[in-house]
Unconditional design. Structure first.
Length: 567
């Protein structure tokens, strides 16, 4: 699917508003490069869970391939066994599929190519373009130089081809301790691009690999593995985020100097940077390990698993990623765009239900104890000829505390002493008396309902009632636990301006209500079902014990504006 080209001139036909990556791919197709093929890849490292930033990468990679009749590979770049696990492999597969993507090109692992990568490294040694270095990691950093000073050659940079081959093969055989040697490319220690200052290709690391076990004790670095893996698979367009732009010269250097492999094209695009969010696995791990969230799937986390538990839909996430577009320049994206994408999706599909989160009891005096007046509630007003369900007005009902004010401003259009309000899908009620307990707190409201006002009818000559509030029959209500989630961080750009991520955490990012009152139609809902709670927002039935819901997103700001105006 095409994404908007934000640089396109006004008036450009929508079909021609292609982003710059699409334009480059089209040039390659027209020129016959890659024989007109398009094969992209999504290459996550299986060292954590996917997040919203990965969703943008998938939208771009899978979307470009689909638009031009190509395919996409799923490839796990599993070159760091100390941090990788099969758990992450399984989770990534599940999350990619949940978002609606299929890897028609096939599923691969960088570890599938360990033998070939080793052979490529030997080829570079034989060409005099790689050498075994004895410097420690700290010494290697020191020798690399600074932004204003060139690096220094390693003391072993001029070893002979024969000696380097011997040492490299002995590294593989396990003769040396971890960290004793590395294999480095021989490029240019004076290059202004640090990535070209004799980068490390292999390191010794005795760690059990989730696929190859203990067969290897040396592992290729990411920069060496991913370009060659692309070439082995015949990838045509290696689509990366902008932080890899400075790595592209190294990517191309390897492809140029290794014989017998294809030459994929690397194109970089801006990564996703939502406000009030971080998309660094390392930083997210700090929050998890520090107990600031309940885990990687905490609904406040920007992981795909967290968003899924929060109530986000694949459609909303994909629409958001496509909506922000594909550009060449990093920018910050308002998190409200993601929230609006969810509202737009759920508005069309979510069934409406009534729920009272902070209940206050209303006793309707002109109804008998066993009397119940049936009202027809619409399931989704966005659907033409929507189905309805019965809700029953009984002597005792629950309304929300926010819908009653003992001393109300002029433009408060909900319930007040001696005031009237319409019950959603029901009748107009009038507040006759406020009953308080010994502590002076409101215990219940005594009201009267007007039986002439059902179904939206207003008796002739009666003043029209402006306010409409939601409610639940106390007789039929279902007790539920409801989690209200807000932004995890309280500032748009967490961890900046001299503050830490922990300092920027929002102390009000979660509120749990233990005894919300829901209409009975919600009791038999299944985990994962989403609803609009009338006037409150969109909610998802969680997998917790009992009846439990998570708020995915509030409704549009109209209700908060009403509060500010006193309505």
């Amino acid at each position: 699917m095409s994404t908007p080209n934000q640089d396109a001139p006004e008036g450009t036909d929508a079909a021609d508003r292609r982003n710059f990556v699409e334009l480059e791919v089209e040039k390659d197709i027209e020129s016959g490069r890659f024989d007109g093929r398009v094969l992209t890849r999504f290459p996550p490292e299986p060292n954590g869970y996917l997040h919203i930033g990965h969703a943008k990468a998938m939208s771009t990679g899978f979307g470009i391939a689909a638009r031009y009749g190509g395919q996409t590979n799923l490839r796990f770049d599993d070159t760091n066994p100390a941090k990788e696990d099969q758990e992450f492999v399984d989770a990534i597969r599940e999350d990619v599929r949940w978002l609606g993507y299929e890897w028609g090109g096939g599923e691969y692992f960088a570890s599938d190519y360990f033998e070939q990568l080793f052979g490529f490294a030997e080829q570079l040694i034989q060409k005099g373009l790689a050498y075994v270095c004895d410097l420690s990691a700290e010494q290697t950093r020191e020798y690399r130089g600074t932004a204003t000073e060139p690096g220094k050659d390693s003391p072993t940079r001029d070893r002979s081809v024969e000696e380097n081959l011997d040492l490299f093969r002995r590294m593989r055989a396990g003769e040396f301790e971890d960290g004793a040697h590395t294999l480095r490319a021989k490029i240019d220690m004076a290059s202004p691009n640090f990535n070209m200052r004799d980068p490390v290709l292999y390191r010794i690391a005795r760690a059990h690999h989730h696929r190859t076990g203990d067969a290897w004790c040396i592992y290729p670095m990411y920069d060496f593995a991913h370009g060659q893996s692309d070439a082995i698979e015949g990838i045509t367009h290696s689509l990366c985020s902008l932080e890899f732009e400075n790595h592209r010269p190294l990517y191309e250097w390897f492809l140029e100097h290794i014989d017998g492999i294809s030459r994929p094209r690397q194109i970089e695009f801006a990564r996703l940077n939502p406000t009030f969010t971080i998309t660094s696995k390392r930083k997210l791990q700090v929050l998890v390990e520090g107990g600031h969230v309940t885990g990687w799937d905490d609904p406040r986390m920007p992981t795909i698993r967290g968003l899924r538990r929060r109530g986000y839909t694949p459609t909303a996430i994909r629409n958001f990623c496509e909506g922000v577009g594909v550009t060449k320049f990093n920018a910050t994206h308002d998190l409200h765009l993601l929230e609006n994408a969810l509202r737009e999706d759920l508005n069309e599909h979510a069934l409406r239900r009534m729920a009272v989160l902070r209940p206050i009891k209303v006793v309707i005096g002109n109804l008998e104890e066993d009397e119940a007046v049936e009202c027809a509630a619409v399931d989704n007003p966005q659907v033409q000829d929507s189905s309805t369900r019965p809700v029953f007005l009984t002597r005792e009902i629950w309304i929300d505390q926010d819908d009653f004010r003992e001393e109300a401003p002029k433009k408060f259009f909900r319930l007040r002493p001696e005031g009237q309000v319409r019950l959603r899908f029901g009748y107009v009620i009038r507040c006759d008396e406020v009953i308080k307990d010994e502590a002076g707190e409101i215990a219940e409201l005594r009201c009267t309902y007007d039986p002439r006002t059902g179904g939206g009818v207003t008796p002739e000559g009666e003043k029209k009632v402006k306010g409409v509030i939601h409610w639940v029959s106390a007789r039929d209500a279902v007790d539920a636990r409801v989690h209200l989630y807000d932004h995890l961080f309280q500032v748009p750009r967490p961890g900046t301006d001299g503050r830490t991520l922990v300092e920027d955490l929002n102390p009000n990012s979660l509120e749990t209500i233990e005894h919300a009152k829901l209409e009975p139609a919600l009791e038999d809902s299944e985990a994962g079902e989403r609803f609009q709670f009338e006037r409150l927002g969109y909610f998802i039935r969680s997998h917790g014990e009992g009846v439990e819901f998570n708020r995915a997103v509030t409704l549009r700001d109209s209700w908060s504006k009403i509060e500010k105006k006193g309505g």
